[in-house]
Design a protein around this ligand. Structure first.
Ligand SMILES: *Cc1c(COP(=O)(O)O)cnc(C)c1O
Length: 386
């Protein structure tokens, strides 16, 4: 089976992790700030805060922005559960903005419509989270304009999108957002095993995030509420978590970062091959916006089921039977029993429904060979035209 995604771990990665294992520090030591500096330089932000997953990153980012009971967070249904779950951890309400059916990205039009309605009801969101699905940036400039008008914070869920560009800037630069979150789960663009990073240009937010990732404890005497008891003294000034990244993970991340641009180039080359091949078949690929460059975490095809004459499920099963490890990103979050509530989101998100009804993710990872790409293309052709 050719998998839909796979990490690329090389000897230099292994060596850098082994070196940490032989050193004095295993958890958050000197490697974590090196990795953070690496990311901050790459995306060109003032701050990068490393944690043990993107889920944790989203959680403490929402918390640090004051999200709590009675507040609303808006995101799109076509995302991984964690985007919404992290808001639930804060006790907030999650609402969904529809996507564009040809990209799966947050529809600025639907966001605007929803904001107008919400303002009338006095129920504007505290945070809006655009998801850079498959590695393509949402239209951040437009979302930023709305954030100014309606007074919400913007957190980019860029779990798929390190190495992608929006206009001429790296995704994560936070030019049009308050914070941006990356994931380093093995299936994503670069990996630390488990891990995530928050980038921001907001110093205060960065300090809060550092407190929240480590029990809310500080050793910075300028922040103390009480007099110090002595050189051992520290204070807990917030309710934080143990969300620290280990030094082994950070070393792996720094080593992987050296190949980030190589990875994104390879992913784009595979995407080009696929797109060319599929032009003549009854399937379409996601529209690519002129404003950016995708990092192609995923390669999604959308089936023209009428022309193919099979169901979505049949195509999926046939491809798996042919040894193509296809996947589906994502089941709309509101369909999960946990999220099923009194609001009929399916009615409100017709594009998300359409997206879900015909999308399939094909194998896409940098170590994929040209031969493997050809095999996938042949199998797809066989399954959709036979
Ligand atoms: C993977 C992913 C996450 C969560 O990342 P973890 O590092 O696994 O916690 C969040 N959002 C999206 C869109 C993802 O794909």
């Amino acid at each position: 089976m050719i998998p839909y995604g796979r990490q690329d771990v090389r000897k230099e990665d292994i060596d850098s992790v082994v070196e940490v294992l032989r050193s004095e520090f295993l958890t958050q030591g000197p490697q974590v700030p090196i990795f953070e500096e690496n990311i901050a330089q790459f995306v060109n932000t003032d701050h990068a805060i490393a944690v043990n997953s993107a889920t944790s990153a989203l959680h403490i980012t929402y918390l640090a922005m004051g999200l709590g009971h009675g507040d609303g967070l808006w995101t799109t249904p076509i995302t991984f559960l964690a985007t919404a779950n992290a808001a639930k951890y804060c006790g907030a309400t999650v609402e969904f903005v529809d996507v564009e059916s040809t990209t799966g990205l947050m529809s600025v039009e639907d966001l605007q419509t929803k904001l107008v309605e919400a303002e009338k009801k006095g129920k504007l969101p505290k945070i809006v989270v655009p998801v850079h699905l498959a590695g393509q940036s949402c239209d951040m400039k437009e979302i930023h304009k709305l954030s100014r008008q309606y007074g919400f914070k913007v957190v980019e869920d860029a779990a798929h999108a390190i190495g992608a560009k929006y206009n001429d800037k790296q995704v994560g630069s936070c030019e049009y957002s308050d914070a941006c979150v990356f994931s380093f789960h093995p299936v994503k663009i670069i990996t630390t095993g488990e891990g995530g990073v928050i980038t921001t240009n907001n110093e205060q937010l960065s300090e809060k995030l550092k407190l929240l990732r480590s029990h809310g404890v500080t050793r910075d005497s300028s922040l103390f509420k009480h007099d110090s008891h002595g050189p051992w003294y520290y204070e807990q000034i917030a309710l934080g978590y143990n969300y620290r990244m280990t030094d082994m993970q950070a070393a792996l991340g720094t080593s992987q970062m050296r190949r980030l641009s190589e990875y994104v180039t390879r992913r784009n080359a595979i995407a080009e091959k696929y797109a060319r091949k599929f032009e003549s078949l009854p399937i379409s690929v996601l529209d690519q916006k002129k404003y950016g460059r995708s990092s192609y975490h995923l390669f999604v095809i959308q089936l023209n089921l009428e022309k193919i004459g099979k169901t979505h499920r049949q195509v999926f099963e046939n491809l798996r039977a042919e040894g193509v490890g296809v996947n589906l990103h994502y089941i709309p979050v509101y369909k999960q029993p946990y999220y099923a509530d009194e609001i009929n989101w399916a009615n409100k998100c017709p594009n998300s429904e359409a997206y879900y009804s015909k999308s399939i993710s094909l194998p896409m990872y940098p170590a994929m060979t040209d031969e493997e790409v050809c095999i996938v293309e042949e199998k797809v052709e066989k399954v959709v035209v036979e």
